[in-house]
Write a protein that binds this ligand. Structure first.
Ligand SMILES: Nc1ncnc2c1ncn2[C@@H]1O[C@H](COP(=O)(O)OP(=O)(O)OP(=O)(O)O)[C@@H](O)[C@H]1O
Ligand SMILES: [Mg+2]
Length: 456
């Protein structure tokens, strides 16, 4: 095969600032053509069963394929090995390429795990392209039928092209999780519900609109020990809100690190607090999330928005943007009284929605959270409290209940030993204890929500 690409091309990782640029500048512009795949032999964003592959390349005259996963340049590739292993083993793909634009790795399936067979810096990759081509180039794979390469993948691309357009793909549902009372379990609900939806095969995006950034932490994105290594402050929800054209959802979204199932997160940052006045001055800020989310409506099934315990701009943006509202509450006196504020705040934001020709937000209901497991309490007091939410505050109450359990508190506190350092390694309940009572409670909640919002 000719070497016209490497004759002309010098790849510079400094030109890749986000995942999309890794995809366009490294994979689409260079790697795929240099490896011999013509444009009808690879597909981007391939949905297959519960997986969503960044790229799948396979030659049209046989059924051999390689999955290619692109990550943000700040991402550590080690954090994505579980995901790649799942893809390769479940879809029975022999080869997988993983890159963040700085490093390129190729893995080969080996039974129930994957082996690293190529690992180079992306800088100067044009000098190594022959080695990559020998491993996963179109011709190598096309000629490998008699080797011990095990490839019984059915032609995923053909299936993808022939597939009727999937209704779920264009029916993204946005759910805000909000209560103006603090500490009632909003963040806990967002992260564990996201994990449960993703486990069920849904494509999930979380938006953290709270400057406390607890969701950003709980989804494993705060992996720096000191401020000098803070890789969030230059690219988080603030940037998405402040610019009309720059910073799309995919520029700011990052792959989470707390769940073995894929979930994207728009992170927050403590500095968000300082920007409220400035953002309030932009006329377009009220509608910016609605508009930017429209651009990714085919990429996600569910968007969950975490909110601050406040009546501020950010909480308002969540109520303006979302289709549905879930109100976690421990059902205690102050939380109940707070429901009056929630009601007024909903009405205020609904007025804005009406002015912009959007329907009122649909309240799914109050979700009882952090509920005591004491049997007497459950039979007596709890029932009375639920009844009073309906009578006094006129809110529906969800059938699902999230009880107060140690497992839930523990899973965000998980740590890892790295050398002599202990680093935070939060997990979702789905990963921490998949068969626990708490995991089952989130499963029931996810099912109840899917039924209410018409998502199967
Ligand atoms: N079901 C539960 N069982 C045990 N602990 C819980 C449960 N839900 C939440 N918690 C704990 O309660 C605390 C507050 O929860 P969380 O951060 O989810 O609340 P929040 O409403 O998001 O708070 P804020 O208003 O500050 O954002 C956390 O320490 C969390 O671990
Ligand atoms: Mg919170």
């Amino acid at each position: 095969m000719t070497t016209k690409y490497e004759d002309k091309f010098i790849f510079d990782p400094d030109f890749c600032h986000n995942e999309r640029e890794v995809e366009s500048k490294l994979i689409i512009s260079y790697l795929l053509p240099a490896l011999g795949y013509s444009t009808n032999e690879w597909r981007q964003e391939v949905k297959f069963n519960r997986f969503r592959l960044d790229f799948l390349a396979e030659s049209s005259d046989n059924e051999k394929g390689v999955v290619i996963e692109a990550k943000h340049p700040d991402q550590n590739l080690n954090d994505h090995l579980v995901q790649l292993t799942n893809y390769m083993i479940d879809l029975d793909l022999t080869y997988g390429l993983l890159t963040n634009g700085k490093e390129i790795r190729i893995y080969k399936q080996a039974g129930n795990s994957i082996d690293l067979i190529f690992n180079e810096f992306a800088y100067g990759i044009e000098n190594k392209i022959d080695d990559i081509r020998a491993l996963i180039g179109r011709e190598t794979l096309a000629n490998s039928s008699n080797t011990n390469v095990k490839m019984k993948i059915t032609n995923v691309i053909k299936a993808f092209i022939n597939k009727d357009s999937n209704k779920d793909d264009v029916n993204m549902k946005i759910i805000a999780i909000y209560h103006n009372k603090g500490g009632v379990g909003k963040t806990t609900t967002v992260v564990n519900l996201a994990a449960t939806f993703s486990k069920a095969g849904k494509k999930v995006l979380i938006i953290d609109l709270d400057s406390q950034a607890n969701t950003t932490f709980a989804t494993g994105l705060v992996n720096f020990g000191d401020e000098d290594k803070d890789n969030l402050k230059d690219n988080y929800i603030y940037h998405l809100l402040k610019s009309r054209k720059a910073f799309s959802i995919s520029d700011v979204a990052r792959s989470s690190n707390f769940c073995s199932h894929p979930i994207d997160v728009i992170p927050s940052h403590i500095m968000l607090m300082k920007h409220e006045k400035e953002l309030n001055e932009y006329k377009y800020v009220q509608g910016i999330l609605v508009k930017k989310l429209q651009e990714v409506k085919d990429q996600y099934d569910i968007v969950l928005i975490d909110t601050p315990p406040s009546l501020n701009l950010y909480a308002g943006l969540a109520l303006i943007t979302a289709d549905y509202l879930l109100i976690p509450s421990d059902l205690k006196a102050f939380s109940n009284e707070g429901l009056n504020n929630v009601r007024e705040f909903i009405e205020e934001n609904n007025e804005f929605r009406e002015m912009t020709n959007r329907p009122a937000i649909e309240v799914l209901g109050v979700l009882p959270t952090k509920i005591s497991t004491n049997a007497k309490f459950i039979q007596g007091t709890l029932q009375k409290r639920i009844a009073s939410i309906k009578q006094r505050y006129n809110f529906e109450v969800m059938n699902s209940i999230i009880f107060e359990r140690e497992d839930i508190a523990k899973c965000t506190e998980q740590t890892l030993e790295l050398g002599d350092q202990e680093v935070a390694a939060p997990r979702s309940i789905v990963d921490f204890k998949s068969n626990s009572k708490s995991a089952n409670e989130f499963q029931s909640l996810a099912e109840e929500i899917m039924q209410k919002i018409g998502l199967s």
